[in-house]
Design a protein around this ligand. Structure first.
Ligand code: 13P
Length: 287
């Protein structure tokens, strides 16, 4: 069974650790992440971007696959299936498809429109027990063709959005998706502290979890970050392991690669990445 992310994130906030959101793209990634969360007795959030949803033939397919996999793999830790950076339409589609959590990314709308759309989606989602993440101050970098400018969120705007009944809030604090440039100035902890104080202790979300140094992760958690999103790091480890397997030429005497064997090293690499993140975020044993 899937659960909303609200309770697991409130517990994380109170216990001073963070739950990882790991993005999924296919069956192999999903299986690796679920098995690792179970092995480490950690709650987990599976993130699905709109692009990944389309790739997997739609949100209904994703929800059916994840629900069935949780059951057949005997996963006992709390699992939330979460729309990542959802549009208004995508958020509604995920509510219909059976997701247990959605992120409505209204950060590119004028604040009043972001408020109106977020308010409507909160009412719809909460009526079916689904949690809602909202965003203020777009996250920099490129994700699925969506390019954010990397703003630092305004604490007053964060307070306004947090007051709409959302369950957790993503706020830009200099974090970006993908790899951080060499001249990156680091996370803006001053702003994070102000946002934390202005938003009534709502669990905060840190996007762009790939490549943030461990000490900054720990400090962010101490200032109210309870959910950390990771995608690129899984992509990098999956790609490296798959490339190494192909370069080693382990095909089957001219019959090509057995697709299951071909994807196995990448799946193991994702497990290692997820294990490392769960350790760093402190969520092991918290399920
Ligand atoms: P990274 O790809 O930088 O790990 O960020 C993931 C993310 O924030 C998904 O929303």
């Amino acid at each position: 069974m899937l659960v909303s992310a609200t309770e697991m994130l409130q517990k994380a906030r109170d216990g001073h650790y963070a739950v990882g959101q790991f993005n999924i793209n296919n069956l192999e990634w999903t299986k690796s992440i679920l098995l690792t969360a179970e092995e480490m007795k950690s709650p987990v959030i599976l993130g699905v971007s709109e692009g990944a949803g389309k790739y997997m033939t739609g949100f209904k397919t994703v929800a059916a696959m994840v629900k069935a996999m949780v059951e057949t793999l005997n996963i006992t830790v709390p699992v939330a299936l979460h729309l990542d950076h959802g549009t208004y339409e995508g958020s509604k589609a995920c509510l219909e498809a059976g997701f247990s959590s959605i992120m409505f990314d209204g950060s590119h709308y004028p604040i009043d429109e972001n408020v109106a759309k977020t308010t409507e989606l909160v009412a719809l989602a909460h009526a079916q027990g689904v949690s809602v993440e909202a965003e203020v101050g777009s996250i920099g970098g490129e994700e699925d063709g969506v390019v954010g400018m990397g703003e630092v969120a305004d604490p007053a705007e964060c307070a306004r959005i947090a007051g709409l009944g959302i369950d957790f809030l993503a706020a830009g604090i200099g974090n970006i998706h993908g790899k951080y440039p060499a001249n990156w100035k680091g996370l803006d902890f001053d702003t994070l502290d102000k946002i934390h104080n202005a938003t009534g202790n709502i669990p905060l979300v840190l996007h762009g979890g790939t490549g943030i140094p461990a000490d900054m992760i720990k400090k962010a958690i101490s200032l109210g970050v309870s959910k950390i999103n990771v995608n690129t790091e899984c992509q990098l480890s999956f790609a490296a392991a798959t490339r190494a397997y192909i370069e080693a030429g382990k095909d089957q005497q001219g019959k090509g690669f057995d697709p299951r064997k071909l994807l196995a090293p990448g799946a193991e690499a994702i497990k290692a990445t997820v294990r490392e993140k769960i350790e760093l975020f402190g969520s092991a044993g918290k399920a």
